[in-house]
Structures are given as C-alpha cells and as structure tokens.
Ligand binder design. Structure first.
Ligand SMILES: *[C@@H]1O[C@H](CO)[C@@H](O)[C@H](O)[C@H]1NC(C)=O
Ligand SMILES: *[C@@H]1O[C@H](CO)[C@@H](O)[C@H](O)[C@H]1NC(C)=O
Ligand SMILES: *[C@@H]1O[C@H](CO)[C@@H](O)[C@H](O)[C@H]1NC(C)=O
Length: 452
C-alpha cells in the first residue's frame, strides 16, 4: 500500500513513545521459547508444516503505518499484547514490513510461537532497499550486507516462515525494468541461506496489485535455472470487495491463469475496504476452488493507521477491537482448511520467461552478477547489521559489473542442499546429478575468484 500523508504525523508521535518505553530495553534480554513450531518448507506448489499442508491465515502487522521505519516485533510488551489478539483472530501468520537487524527478537518470536504464529518477513528497510528509480545503483554490497544480516537475525527461529526479497518495487509498467534486480536479490538471498547452512527458509517477492504485469512478474520469478528461481510468489490483491463472489471478483480467472504455476502462491495483502467488510473472500480462499493454486493470504492490516483498513485501534498500550476484527474472526472460524492436501501439485517445471512487450520492459533472462565485495558474505557471514538508523545503502557501495547468465554457477551450497530435499525434483529437471552440480559450481566459483 502506498503511504498516505496523514500517517506521518500519527506514526511519528507513536514511535517516540515506543522508543522511550522500558519494554524496548527488555527486548534485549535473551529468553527461551517455551514452544517450538514445526518449520515450514516448500513441496511442489504448496507449503508444508511437517506432513500437513500449511495455508497462510495471516494479517499484515504494521503498527505505525507504512511510512514509518519501525520494528514492531522489537517491543516485547506490544508484541505479547498483539500475539493474544492474533490468536483470538485464529491466525497462524503475521507479515512484518521492517525490522531492526540489531535488535533482539527472541522474546517476541517466542511469544508468537506460543500463540501459534509464524513470521513472514520483509528484509528491506526504507534506508536499505532497492530504489525503483535507480535499481542498478541501489543493488550494491552495502545493501546486501544489511539484508543478509537480517537473515542471520531470523534464520534460527523455527517460526520464521519466509522472507520477502522485495515489496512492490515494480508498481507500474515503466518500472518493470527493475525486475532483473529484484530477481538478483532473491537469488542472492537464497544463495546466502544455502551458503550459511541455514534451513531452506523460502524466499520470494511480493508484487503490487497491478493487472498489466503481475502475471509476467510471476513467470519471470519462476523462469530460468533453479538457482535463479524463487521459492514462492505473492501478490497484493484488493479486487474482492464485499458483496462479491468468486466470479464477480475475477478470482476465478486468476485461479485459471495461474493453474499451471509451479510455486506456492499467496496473497501478501488482501481485504478491499470500499464497502463494509465481511471478509466473504475467506470462504473462497480456503476452499478447494482455490487451494490447488493458492496457499492462503494476509489481510491488510492489523492496526488502524488512517486508511480505514485496521482490524484494531491501538490506543497507547491498549487495543480496541473494531468491527472488522469480529468480521474476520467470524469468517476464519467458519472456514477450516480443506481436508487432505487441497489438490496441490507435487511437482512442476519452470515457467517460460515472459517476452518483452509494451507492459514488460525486460529482455532475456540474464541477471546482474552479485556485486563483487558481497561475495565474501557467503563464506564469512554478513556480520553486524546497520539497524534502522545506519547511513543507508542506496547511493553507497560497489555495484554489479557484468551479467550472471542463467546457471552460471552463482549459487553454491543452496544447489547442493536443495538436491537432498525439496529441490531434488528441480535438480533432475535440469538434468544434473547433485554431485555434478556441486562440482561444476565449485569449479565456477574458483574460476570466478581467479578472475577477480
Ligand atoms: C540456534 O538455536 C540453537 C538451538 O535452538 C542454538 O543452540 C544455537 O546457538 C542458535 N544459534 C544462533 C546463531 O542463535
Ligand atoms: C526500458 O528499460 C530500459 C532500462 O533497462 C530503459 O532505458 C528504457 O527507457 C525503458 N523503456 C521504457 C519504454 O520504459
Ligand atoms: C496448463 O498446462 C496444460 C498441459 O501442459 C495445458 O494444456 C494448459 O493449456 C495449461 N493451462 C494454462 C492456463 O496455461
């Protein structure tokens, strides 16, 4: 969602009180989780928690509003207060748009786990992100260091569900030329997770609700070789406005359009508010009309921030449940997940890369190579992150030189790790035995290092 001017004043006042609160100091204390949620992984075009299909039943959690660089899960008292509300709503996931990668999140992540809640996390911050107006310049090593440090800060929690590599970077047809950078960042994050030996936390992009290029972006993020494909694709969708239906909203057409898509797909924001919200779309989203193709979604948004999407009103330390809260709670209660596995596809191939057109300004499938100084993070780790108050990355650091052609061996440990698990299907699609794949990569890496 785009920021609305009025947010700024409201959230600035809010942030002052948060930063000053004693709870923020308590957040640095280490604690032990009393419960552990099973880690979620990708199989075919679905998420699984253990042997059970996992559908995202979530909300977008952005107290303070979208214009505010604030970490809502670094404040333990607020986190615990809201975790109780998430549980009451019947959720299993929240999305957080910004975190401080220097803060300690142990206690909040444990409170969320206790409430049965997973975290879908955007790794970008306003200061450390790809700038859609200058993608080549902002794709640099200083930026990558920050997002890798964020991965380090969250990789160890079993209730870290997934990472978003970008959010609405492309917001019209003219910004589609940013797509190679978004895809390169996704590739780099997946490579980092593999190289650091973390579990395969899924990485993917959250696309804006733009009809003219959304499907092209979905195809693009899933085309080419395994090392360049995402683990999932998500988009924001405000097209179901109650009273509506599967047909009137056009959701039936999208299910048809994505019917062969081979990655998990979900709505990273939904919940049109032009009319009174009854959340009738919940019944459709978790019905077998959709579950073969979709894996649930996240309602925009938890707190009322001036744009009338809030489920609750936050007043100081207390939370008031609004009418939309009860409407969503009721809709979720009435809508269990389908039994069995919901008709998901156990396997599927890469998409075709979209062809260049008046609405899609990308040629070929070459991606920018990782900026050279960022390569060392793969072996050494990223180190301490810059937090929310660093100098920023958009005009900093060393940018990419050259193109990494598909399958050039930019990815190392991830390819090998994938071969032993979910990704083995993809490895065989490529006609590589895992050993050969790893070997080729090793040679390519050594060769690449020599060239530098
Ligand atoms: C990750 O968690 C395990 C056990 O839960 C712990 O032993 C280990 O020290 C943690 N690692 C980091 C980097 O926090
Ligand atoms: C397409 O993208 C290129 C950069 O890759 C840019 O120079 C060009 O102006 C864009 N064309 C349109 C029509 O937006
Ligand atoms: C899905 O794939 C099948 C088999 O390849 C094909 O017949 C069908 O047209 C495809 N559907 C779409 C919507 O692309």
């Amino acid at each position: 969602m785009k920021a609305i001017g009025a947010f700024v004043a409201i959230s600035a006042a809010f942030s002052t009180s948060v930063l000053a609160s004693p709870a923020n100091i308590a957040a640095r204390a280490t604690s032990t989780s009393s419960s552990t949620l099973p880690a979620v992984s990708v199989k075919g075009n679905a998420f699984f928690a253990g042997n059970n299909r996992f559908y995202i039943r979530g909300v977008d959690y952005q107290p303070g509003g979208s214009s505010q660089a604030e970490d809502p899960i670094a404040n333990v008292a607020n986190c615990k207060r809201d975790a109780a509300e998430f549980k009451k709503l019947g959720l299993n996931t929240i999305r957080v748009y910004t975190v401080d990668n220097t803060a300690n999140h142990d206690e909040c992540m444990a409170a969320l786990a206790d409430a049965g809640i997973y975290l879908a996390l955007d790794v970008n911050t306003p200061l450390y992100s790809i700038n859609r107006a200058a993608p080549a310049q902002s794709y640099n090593d200083v930026y990558l260091q920050s997002i890798f440090a964020t991965i380090d800060a969250f990789a160890n929690y079993s209730n870290t569900l997934l990472f978003f590599s970008g959010n609405e970077v492309i917001n019209d047809d003219s910004t589609t030329s940013c797509a190679p950078y978004v895809k390169a960042v996704t590739r780099d994050m997946r490579q980092y997770i593999g190289s650091r030996g973390y579990r395969q936390i899924p990485v993917g992009y959250s696309a804006a609700d733009v009809d003219s290029n959304r499907f092209e972006m979905a195809q693009y993020m899933n085309c080419g070789t395994d090392d360049e494909r995402s683990d999932f694709f998500a988009f924001n969708d405000y097209s179901w406005c109650d009273p509506s239906s599967f047909q009137i909203s056009g959701w039936d057409k999208k299910v048809q359009q994505y019917s062969n898509y081979s990655l998990p797909l979900f709505l990273s924001e939904y919940g049109c508010n032009t009319n009174t919200r009854k959340f009738e779309e919940v019944a459709a989203l978790y019905s077998t009309e959709m579950t073969a193709v979709y894996s649930g979604g996240l309602v925009y948004e938890y707190s009322e921030e001036g744009s009338k999407y809030g489920l609750v009103q936050i007043n100081g330390n207390s939370v008031e449940e609004l009418a939309d809260f009860t409407a969503l709670q009721t809709a979720l209660q009435k809508t269990p997940a389908p039994s069995g596995t919901g008709g998901y596809k156990t396997s599927g191939g890469a998409s075709q890369c979209p062809v260049q057109s008046s609405t899609w300004n990308v040629t070929g499938d070459g991606l920018p190579a990782i900026p050279a100084p960022a390569k060392k993070y793969m072996t050494q780790g990223a180190g301490k992150g810059p937090g929310l108050t660093g100098a920023g990355s958009q005009n900093a650091g060393t940018t990419s030189t050259g193109t990494a052609s598909a399958g050039s061996g930019q990815i190392s440990a991830t390819s090998t790790a994938k071969a032993s698990g979910v990704g083995s299907l993809r490895a065989s699609e490529l006609g590589f035995a895992p050993f050969i794949c790893g070997f080729v990569v090793l040679v390519a890496t050594l060769f690449g290092a020599t060239l530098l």
